[in-house]
Ligand binder design. Structure first.
Ligand SMILES: Cc1cc2nc3c(=O)[nH]c(=O)nc-3n(C[C@H](O)[C@H](O)[C@H](O)COP(=O)(O)OP(=O)(O)OC[C@H]3O[C@@H](n4cnc5c(N)ncnc54)[C@H](O)[C@@H]3O)c2cc1C
Length: 500
């Protein structure tokens, strides 16, 4: 596949297209594929490099240096500081995600339409179905499911009487390397790097890698193109510059970088960068008496649906030992002893739909975002509830110990200790929180409370649209990639049919 590489540019380069798309993740790849399918001349610029199974072994250190932004340590300032890992490569965060693909619950889409003016949010059926078909989205099949999931499912549904289900994933030919989050070595995970990006390029789109957009070019209130810095494969500017002139600029840099780029380019809207939601999440680890060997199965295969209406979503989440070590309590010999039992560990993640919200700024004229976010007391309670229910599921499945990730009570030895954990006074800084789903910073809906109109076009500007998780008016309660794709597919078709 022809790919243009910014790192090889030796001098200022200028190109033109009908549209330029900034970022090749969930939203950018779908926007590019749709526009290219309609015969548009599309240029897509991606800051990171291009990797597929032939380059990937599932190595954690390779992934953190080449596929993740800032070595996986992008984060927010506030109480507590939260790590928000992001992809920085072709396919964006889809290349390093777990491949779960959910439709957003109807009650959330109805609220987006009713309360935020996101017209047509409840009419995404055709877009969801098309993407589910294209990406082979289906529940995890038996041969990838693994005994640990079966055991936890049994405990959740039969013993506790909660609702749960197998997770739908975008895969074809998955061989369960359990390395989804570190770049799929088999290309079995149908992320954007192996699906929509090659599809768009085959239809004539031009992909530039190692090209970081520094500025959107505005002529008054009309976008006319972008300026990008060429980068080395390690991400340092080479000094060369790439200009793309286009009638439509689509910003799909993700919910932290999109508002920063728009602000740094002079786009003004009081809501731009506000309304940052993250889905704060914790990892809860259980130690079982017998081997679990999660590395033989899909990392995310089963989820507990029961608490979605209360804003809590619990999912399987196997991680390799070098990552799991950070969630295991203790130091020195105690920690080493616990890690020796790795093959008997299972881990589940619990995320909450956050009522807290944060804000993103661009640092001066830089496109590097600064994100501020503080967990509210209610969200701390929600996280504790989520951890407690996960622990309950593990003990019902026969766990001997549960590592809670809460500094006040890091090890639970039986289910009677769950109540103590839930009633503990816990400060945000005592929780081990990460977040994987930034969203909401350029929300779509009715003016004046939104940055974009319902189809992602930036209010007050012509030829400028957003196509990523920034568009969500609120948390969507579950993993967002499928909804980002469906919304962007619908929006791109609107731009093609009715203009931008
Ligand atoms: C470890 C992990 C696991 C996850 N698992 C799941 C899952 O299983 N299911 C799910 O639904 N969600 C999951 N997510 C979240 C999901 O992948 C993201 O929500 C989704 O990919 C966001 O799409 P996006 O288009 O908003 O941005 P991204 O996919 O992040 O794409 C943004 C792209 O823009 C590029 N970019 C940024 N700035 C510039 C610039 N100035 N110039 C050029 N390029 C730029 C970035 O390098 C990146 O490639 C996971 C996230 C993580 C971190």
């Amino acid at each position: 596949m022809p790919v243009f590489d910014g790192s090889t540019l030796r001098r200022h380069h200028r190109i033109a297209g009908d549209a330029v798309v900034v970022g090749s993740g969930a939203g950018g790849a779908i926007a590019t594929a749709e526009l290219a399918a309609a015969g548009w001349n599309v240029v897509i610029l991606e800051e990171g490099g291009y990797f597929t199974g032939q380059h990937l072994s599932g190595s954690v250190s390779f992934a953190f240096t080449r596929l993740y932004r800032n070595g996986g340590l992008t984060g927010t300032i506030g109480r507590p500081p939260i790590i928000v890992p992001l992809g920085r490569c072709v396919g964006g965060t889809t290349t390093i995600n777990s491949g779960t693909c959910y439709r957003t619950p109807d009650f959330v889409l109805q609220r987006w339409e009713r309360d935020f003016g996101l017209e047509g949010a409840t009419a995404l059926e055709e877009d969801y179905s098309a993407i589910e078909r294209d990406l082979h989205i289906k529940p995890v099949p038996d041969h990838l499911y693994g005994p640990a999931n079966g055991r936890i499912q049994e405990a959740v549904e039969r013993i506790l009487g909660w609702r749960g289900s197998r997770i739908p994933r975008n895969e074809d030919g998955c061989i369960a390397t359990a390395r989804c989050a570190f770049g799929c070595p088999s290309d079995g995970k149908l992320a954007m790097n192996v699906t929509k990006i090659p599809e768009a390029v085959a239809r004539g789109a031009t992909l530039w890698v190692h090209a970081r957009v520094r500025r959107i070019l505005l002529d008054g209130h009309r976008a006319v193109g972008v300026v990008a810095d060429a980068l080395t494969p390690e991400g340092r500017p080479t000094g060369a510059q790439l200009d793309v002139v286009a009638g439509l600029v689509v910003v799909a840099a993700g919910a932290l970088h999109t508002p920063a780029l728009l602000q740094a380019s002079g786009v003004r809207n009081p809501w731009l960068g506000r309304n940052l939601h993250l889905h704060p999440a914790t990892r809860v680890v259980a130690l079982f008496p017998e081997p679990i060997r999660g590395w033989h199965e899909v990392p995310q295969a089963y989820n507990i649906d029961e608490f979605i209406p209360s804003g809590i979503f619990i999912q399987g989440q196997f991680v390799p030992p070098e990552v799991q070590a950070a969630a295991i309590p203790g130091f020195g010999r105690t920690h080493a002893e616990r890690m020796r039992a790795f093959e008997r560990m299972a881990s589940f993640g619990a995320l909450i739909s956050d009522e807290s919200s944060g804000r993103v700024w661009s640092a001066g004229t830089s496109v590097t975002p600064l994100a501020w976010y503080t967990l509210s007391k209610r969200d701390v309670r929600k996280l504790l509830f989520a951890i407690a229910r996960t622990a309950e599921a593990f003990f019902a499945a026969g766990a001997m110990e549960v590592y809670s990730g809460v500094a006040a009570l890091p090890v639970l030895r039986d289910r009677t200790e769950i109540a103590t954990l839930e009633s503990a006074r816990v400060r945000p800084s005592q929780l081990d929180v990460m977040a994987f789903h930034p969203m909401g910073t350029a929300r779509a809906g009715a003016a004046p409370l939104s940055v974009c109109d319902p189809w992602g076009r930036v209010y007050g500007y012509r030829g400028l649209a957003v196509a990523d998780a920034s568009l969500f008016p609120t948390s969507n309660r579950i993993n967002p990639q499928l909804t980002i794709m469906a919304l962007v597919r619908r929006n791109a078709r609107e731009w093609i049919a009715r203009g931008y």
